[in-house]
Design a protein around this ligand. Structure first.
Ligand code: AP5
Length: 215
């Protein structure tokens, strides 16, 4: 890992990008941008951006590239000089990857692709609960909070995401296959591209990502 590096976490919905991003940020002192998180926050607060994207997100489609690229651009430029940055959920298609390529002149980019089987994804998303206040991610089957429905970290009531309903999950998977999966070909001949088997338990996945990053 080099100073100022941008680490891109690629992978289908429910691959564990958010889970791993949080651990990486903590271990290496990196800053983490979840584009989905920023957009959900805008919806929750009812901002102009939130009103523009709410229906799109609830249907499982991608938000327009110009809106997301602007969020990423501003976020990265404000954090120039930090030890390293993690992008979780960006880029999501070839247009966004082209935008990131422009930034590669200023920031070295590594890509970690977390691969998970579809049957596992459907189970994970059905069980996911998250904290609307601090963002911590749980799973009722594999990673439950100490007290049911309550965040261990901040005590807020946990919620299920609107787009984790089964029919929306199917649409998100379709969008992933058509829009995002082609990025694997786009990045896979890069020297800083790594595949990680995300079907394993979160700690094993984390260890493997760390091994790649410290390589
Ligand atoms: P976004 O929030 O980015 O959703 P996503 O990519 O579909 O990813 P998820 O957040 O669902 O999953 P994850 O990989 O982070 O998994 P997690 O760690 O939570 O985007 C949402 C929407 O915003 C998009 O549909 C789109 O509309 C819009 N958007 C966002 N970015 C955009 C962009 N760039 N362009 C256009 N539109 C954009 O884990 C999932 C569950 O599994 C949790 O319960 C967790 O506890 C559990 N888990 C994690 N790892 C493991 C493991 N190894 N074993 C067992 N369980 C595990």
């Amino acid at each position: 890992m080099t100073d100022g590096e941008i680490i891109v976490l690629l992978g289908p919905p429910g691959a564990g990008k958010g889970t791993q991003a949080e651990k990486l940020a903590q271990k290496f002192g990196l800053l983490h941008l979840s584009t989905g998180g920023v957009l959900r926050d805008a919806v929750k607060k009812g901002t102009e951006l939130g009103k523009q994207v709410q229906a799109i997100m609830e249907s499982g489609e991608l938000v327009p590239d110009t809106l997301v690229s602007k969020i990423v651009d501003e976020w990265i430029r404000l954090r120039r000089g930090n030890k390293g940055l993690i992008l979780d959920g960006f880029p999501r298609n070839l247009v966004q990857a082209g935008f990131l390529k422009e930034l590669e002149k200023d920031f070295p980019v590594s890509v970690i692709n977390i691969q998970v089987d579809e049957s596992e994804i459907v189970k994970r998303l059905a069980g996911r609960r998250s904290c609307p206040q601090c963002g911590k991610i749980y799973n009722v089957y594999t990673l439950p909070p100490e007290q049911e429905g309550v965040c261990d970290r901040c005590g807020a009531c946990l919620v299920q995401r609107e787009d984790d309903r089964e029919e929306v999950v199917q649409e998100r998977l379709r969008v992933y296959r058509t829009e995002t999966e082609p990025l694997i070909d786009f990045y896979s001949d890069k020297s800083n591209y790594y595949d990680v088997d995300g079907n394993q338990d979160p700690r094993t996945v984390f260890r493997q990502i760390c091994m790649q990053m410290l390589n």
